[in-house]
Design a binder for this molecule. Structure first.
Ligand code: FAD
Length: 525
């Protein structure tokens, strides 16, 4: 027997585990909690539309402990048989790691090949970027164990409609140490301080079952036999062979796109988005979103926002939208090579920095690219040129070009800049000189509109930092809809964000699982 509850609660109850449990039991009519009572928290979402912020909570209270396997299933990773078939997985981002876990469930041996370092050793290279402006092309905010999602905000929401799969990924994360709140919150996130622990637990599961992980191993070539992928060649010249190759190298592996093109393996230019990151004081965003004076109190989480507007330029409307908003976070240098400046955002689990940042980007379509000159790499070249321009405009290091938000909209170079969370530092620059007009002019229009949508947002108490260019892959690696194999190359499974089939940690993880399942079909395990 269960009682289904749909409640509207004050934040101080909804975000306090003990008070919430008491409230749920009370609402279910249970005054004497018995041991058999089980609470299944289903959803918690903040409703800040009215003057008073409220929290919606949905939960089932079971009067007898139910069959837990149907509510919170646990997934097992048994030891692989010695003769398990080998599957090469290039990239240990969320796609690669979840492909590896799924391979184990399916009795296949994952061999993960990762150009970067393990999650702990990666930290030193991140410090070198922030403090010494040194970018290691194999170990940075995008490359290394856990991929681009490790030193991130760890936002776990996705627009994917396959809720079942989403819950499964979240549950596997909980099994590896993530807080169970991610199963319950409408906008779950983990935080950059907790993600490395989760990633290393996943690594331990893969190794304990008999999988392999090779760090510091960059793939530089493919072993192709009559249009059949047999394995990979690494930077040291060694080779690795397997029944199939899942290529999960993320959107920043430019050398992989170049390699595919050089080996005449079909790739295509793909629309993506570029722009800047905007940074406000978190208290300003809290004030706007929670209708308060900026002090959100001890219970409510740092407020976020999502904005979108269609803005014309030369008669063509394009979407200007917020991307990867990080409440209580930091702007981080996400370049993957020296001579370029790229920004992104991350935040700790408590989201308690005094800054709120978000990418604000403009859709870039195929007609904006020089397809004639650069073919499938036209979007990549546009992206690269912008990142290099941003770098030289700010002095050639990891210092990023920046401008007061209102100054940018008014077309005025900022006399001074504000305090920032971006560690390498900022240089005052006319961002319209850095950004192509189709992006810069639309951003101006977008920010103006956002100022109407969120009163107080358009201010010189905020600044824009450039450039936000790695929103998604500018290249697609085609694949068959059913088999997920490349249309020309058998046994090659283009996977997740780098191939153009995912955007974000969760959707990449789901795509990794799907590729592993199709490999299992192929090899008839
Ligand atoms: P990636 O995570 O990019 O992993 C690819 C891996 O392949 C890397 O580890 C790389 O080192 C490796 N690799 C590349 N080339 C080679 C090669 N030649 N040989 C061997 N290995 C190679 N998404 C969210 O959902 N929520 C967030 O809060 C969020 N915040 C982010 C913050 C930052 C700073 C960044 C950079 C990204 C963020 N993202 C976030 C995006 C998210 O990280 C990606 O969508 C996701 O990681 C994609 O997963 P993936 O496995 O497809 O690729």
């Amino acid at each position: 027997m269960k009682k289904e509850l749909d409640l509207v609660l004050a934040p101080e109850v909804a975000f306090d585990p003990a008070l919430l449990e008491r409230e749920l039991l009370q609402q279910a009519g249970i005054t004497q909690p018995a041991e058999a009572v089980f609470i299944h928290k289903i959803k918690r979402s903040i409703d800040a539309r009215g003057r008073k912020v409220q929290v919606k909570v949905r939960a089932d209270v079971y009067l007898q402990t139910p069959d837990l396997s149907s509510i919170t299933p646990t997934y097992g990773y048994p030891e692989l048989k010695p003769d398990a078939k080998r599957v090469l997985i290039v990239g240990a981002g969320s796609a690669g790691l979840f492909a590896a876990l799924r391979c184990i469930e399916l009795g296949l041996k994952p061999v993960v090949v990762e150009r970067g370092k393990d999650v702990r050793s990666r930290r030193r290279d991140l410090a070198a970027i922030n403090k010494e402006h040194l970018v290691n092309p194999d170990s940075n905010y995008c490359f290394g164990e856990g991929g681009a999602g490790t030193y991130s905000d760890g936002k776990l929401y996705t627009r994917s409609k396959k809720r079942g799969d989403v819950q499964r990924i979240l549950q596997i994360m909980v099994q590896h140490g993530a807080t169970p709140d991610i199963l319950f919150d409408a906008h779950p996130h983990i935080g950059t301080n907790k993600l490395p622990i989760l990633i290393s637990e996943i690594r331990e599961t893969i190794l304990a079952a008999g999988g392999e992980i090779h760090f510091n191993t960059r793939v530089t070539d493919f072993i192709l036999e009559k249009n059949q992928m047999e394995g990979v060649v690494t930077a040291s010249g060694s080779t690795l062979e397997g029944e199939a190759v899942i290529l999960a190298t993320g959107h920043s592996a430019r050398d992989i796109y170049e390699l595919l093109q050089a080996r005449n393996i079909l790739i295509e230019a793909k629309p993506f988005a570029m722009g800047v990151r905007v940074e406000h004081q978190q208290s300003l965003i809290d004030g706007i979103q929670y209708h308060c004076d900026g002090d959100r109190g001890p219970h409510l989480p740092a407020a976020s926002y999502a904005l979108v507007h269609q803005v014309p330029f030369k008669g063509q409307d394009r979407g200007v939208f917020s991307f990867c908003m990080c409440p209580g976070g930091f702007i981080v240098p996400s370049a993957t090579a020296p001579g370029e400046v790229v920004v992104n955002g991350m935040s700790p689990s408590r989201r308690d920095s005094k800054f709120a940042n978000s990418g604000i980007v403009v859709a870039v379509n195929l007609e904006d690219m020089d397809l004639k000159q650069y073919g499938a790499l036209a979007g990549l070249r546009l992206q690269q040129a912008l990142e290099q321009k941003a770098c030289s405009a700010a002095g050639g290091t990891q210092v990023a070009p920046a401008q007061g938000l209102q100054d940018f909209v008014k077309g005025k170079v900022s006399a001074s800049l504000l305090d920032t969370s971006y560690q390498p530092g900022l240089a005052s620059v006319d961002m319209l000189e850095v950004l192509p007009p189709m992006i810069g002019q639309r951003l101006r229009g977008g920010f103006q509109e956002f100022g109407y949508k969120m009163r107080g947002y358009l201010t010189n108490e905020a600044q824009i930092v450039g450039v936000e260019s790695r929103t998604s892959s500018p290249v697609r690696i085609p694949r068959d809809k059913e088999t997920l194999q490349h249309p020309q190359i058998q046994n090659l499974f283009p996977c997740a964000e780098g191939a153009g089939y995912a955007g974000g940690i969760i959707s990449a993880a789901m795509d990794g699982e799907r590729c592993a399942e199709q490999v299992a079909v192929l090899v008839g395990r």
